[in-house]
Design a protein around this ligand. Structure first.
Ligand code: CDP
Length: 215
């Protein structure tokens, strides 16, 4: 089973998806981290992120492996964990260009689907409900006002170009960020993480998903 959580940059998806996964005991998968890892790979090798051929060539010669640890998805690039680099300004600035390359998406979507073969998962991203798992009945779209989103990212002390990323993510040709037709939209502008998770859990129960009684 898959719970899909999509939304724009800094809408709170990651915190909500992680907290929800912990609460219901499912695996948390961060698909954005995979696009960020490819971006870090390109940036650290001096490969221009808008050169699809070079990016794919680099990906082809790199062992990009996904796994799980402590209930969360993990990534290794040639055996090394890129985690510390994934929110660097150079990655923020280039990740949407990398995510616009259709072949990169094809490769990563295949890896994303593999997680659901042996696990119940909460996966967050941009196209999880619309493209990666369109058949799941459990789709959520987490939004927040641009001001709140900018404030949240700034309070994390991270330099990020969220307006620029949103523009590329919503207008790209392959799998743009959209609200899936059957997604439940939650505006998190005035809600805490627990508030959003509570709303999602309530909705899942309404849809008949059997969760353990103490959830
Ligand atoms: O910073 P935030 O949590 O909003 O972003 P993220 O989930 O880490 O995703 C970083 C970038 O990866 C996005 O701006 C998209 O360009 C791309 N992405 C995507 O295209 N599709 C996904 N399923 C997830 C991320």
């Amino acid at each position: 089973m898959v719970i899909a959580i999509d939304g724009p940059a800094a809408s709170g998806k990651s915190s909500v998806a992680r907290a929800l996964a912990r609460r219901i005991g499912w695996l948390y998968v961060n698909s954005g981290a995979m696009y960020r890892a490819v971006t870090w790979l390109a940036v650290s090798h001096g490969v221009p992120c808008d050169d699809a051929g070079k990016v794919l060539g680099l990906l082809d010669t790199t062992d990009f492996s996904c796994g799980m640890r402590d209930g969360e998805s993990t990534i290794l690039l040639d055996g090394a964990d890129p985690d510390l680099h994934l929110t660097e300004p150079a990655v923020n600035a280039n990740v949407s260009a990398i995510a616009s390359i259709p072949e990169v998406r094809r490769i990563l979507v295949e890896k994303q689907r593999t997680f659901a073969e042996a696990n119940d998962i909460v996966m967050e991203g941009r196209d999880i409900g619309s493209v990666v798992f369109p058949e799941t009945p459990y789709k959520f779209y987490i939004d927040a006002s641009p001001e709140v989103r900018a404030r949240r990212r700034a309070s994390q002390g991270l330099a990020d170009t969220i307006a620029a990323r949103d523009k590329i993510d919503t207008t790209r040709r392959t799998s743009p960020l959209v609200i899936a037709e059957d997604a439940h939209v939650v505006d998190s502008s005035n809600l805490t993480i627990d508030g959003v998770v509570g709303e999602i859990v309530g909705r899942l129960k309404m849809k008949g998903l059997a969760l353990s009684p103490n959830v």
